[in-house]
Structure formats: C-alpha cells, structure tokens
Design a protein around this ligand. Sequence first.
Ligand SMILES: [Zn+2]
Length: 230
Amino acid sequence: MNVQVPVQNAVRALLILVALCVGTACGPAAAAPPARAPEPRQAAVIIGPPTATWDAQQLAPFRAPDGGIVLADPGLVPALTVLAQVDIGRPLLSALARGNVHLEYDDLDEWAHYELSTRTIRIDESLQDADPRAVAALLAHEASHAQAHVDGIGDREEQTLGELTACVEDEHRATVTELNVWLQLFGRSGKQPAANDYEEQVNAQLADYLASPTTFRESAPREHALQCVE
Ligand SMILES: [Zn+2]
C-alpha cells in the first residue's frame, strides 16, 4: 500500500519504495478497468509486511547471461530474455541474480516499483499482455534501482549527497537506463505506434531526452519531486 504519511527514518530506510510513476500518464494501461484519471507521481514510501508476497513455488528460474539465476513470474521471462540481448541489460540481470531480487506482477497504482525491504520488483498486472520489449525497458528502470541498492551505490550517495539529492540521482539514473533500452529496441522515434499509456509516456520522455540530455538532466529534481519529497 502506498501512503503519504511520514514514518520514522529507521523504518523508512527499510520500507522506502522506489516507484516508477512518471509524468502525467501515471496509471494503468487502457485495458485495465476501471480507467483512472492521470495523476502525478506517487509518494515513494510503502508500509507493509516485511516479507515478500511472492510465492517461490510460482516463480520460474531465469538464467542470466553470466550464469546467475533470477526468480521471476513465468510471464516476465520473455521480457527478461529481451533484456539479456541488450548490452545495457546484461549487467542489470547480473545484479538481480547477485542480489537475489525477485520479479512478479501485482495490482499496483504505478507501472512498477522496486521494494527494498523485500528485494522485489513488481510490474503492474495491466502490462501482463504488453509487448515484452516494453516490459524489458520498464524492468531495466527498476533493475537500475535494485542494482544501486544491491551494490551499495544508493547508500553511498545518501551519505555524500543527502537523502533528497540521492533519491533524485537514483531516479534519474533509472530513467536514463530505461530510455537507453527503449532507444536500442525502437530507435530514435520510439515505439510507433504506442500501444498503451506506458509506451506513450516513454516515447515522450525519449523525445525530450534526445532533444537535450542536459535539459532533461536539469529537469530531474522537478520531475522526481513528488517521488523524492515527502
Ligand atoms: Zn524509478
């Protein structure tokens, strides 16, 4: 459950949720009833049980290119296979295996999130029938968050930059990772035609990014404000 109430820092450190819900297109794909109005990025905090909700018996082992095993919902294997074929994707898959990060579908209020406390990436179930290439880009975004967590990058940035700037940095890095996967898979025009709101959102972000990476970078604190400021 996403909430927007303050929690104690120590608890928050365990429960902070890195969520993807970018821009005004936040919400489920058109196929997911009921349609929800566009809303801004959600607060990046989750309160919930300290255990993962996934059932290991229902997860399929996916072998990363370096031999590591990632446990994932069988429906995510096509997207993982795409990610393994992209240069940017392979080190991300290694990090998921190294960190024992699990992947599953769930009914979310955002497209996807990475939950630090359970090391779980969840993809919104409205994307279960989406193009595996699109889901691969979304997985790359969340895997970037997971990699920063697993390798201690996030902790180091928090110590040197402070919590807020570190959050913005982490979100910007994840978004650029996602966009570079999108660029490799679909080219500079993005995925045409876009099949759902998520694809439209990433197409628009890619256009902004390609127009000026510098301006895109400078917009990061504003773009990630709702996610990183409580
Ligand atoms: Zn994110």
